[in-house]
Design a protein around this ligand. Structure first.
Ligand code: ZN
Length: 137
């Protein structure tokens, strides 16, 4: 995971943005907490899993349809699925917490204080957060 400090990304209101392990930060280096680093590291793990699965599916589809064009969408899939999960949460009540209700954010927020989490985390752990805690609000 690499952190790029800048004034433009992510958009105002957000401190950090992770794209395939490349973290853009509006926060100064000294002000980033270990909790935030762990939070972004969880997102990196999530995105790498989706990337690997997308590559596998694209390889199969490319061979079946004899076209390698499907491989070009692989890199976009982690972000596309993250945005899709957010859009689904926007459509479901409660409407004011769609960002934090996506399974990716739920997993990251639920485990960002656990220093051992990434060492013990199971593959595709975010899947169990799709329905997790939905009825407790
Ligand atoms: Zn997050």
């Amino acid at each position: 995971m690499r952190i790029i400090y800048n004034k433009w990304l992510p958009f105002k209101g957000f401190g950090l943005m992770n794209i395939l392990g490349l973290v853009f930060s509006r926060i100064q280096k000294e002000a980033i907490s270990n909790r935030s680093i762990r939070h972004e590291a969880i997102h990196t793990a999530q995105q790498y899993e989706i990337l690997a699965l997308s590559a596998l599916i694209a390889l199969v589809v490319s061979n079946v349809y004899s076209s390698w064009w499907y491989l070009f969408i692989v890199v976009a899939m982690p972000i596309a699925i993250y945005i899709l999960a957010w859009l689904i949460e926007l459509a479901l009540p409660p409407y004011n917490s769609a960002y934090k209700d996506s399974p990716f954010e739920r997993e990251a927020y639920a485990n960002q204080y656990n220093e051992e989490y990434l060492a013990t985390r199971k593959l595709f752990a975010w899947v169990k957060y799709i329905l997790w805690n939905r009825n407790k609000k």
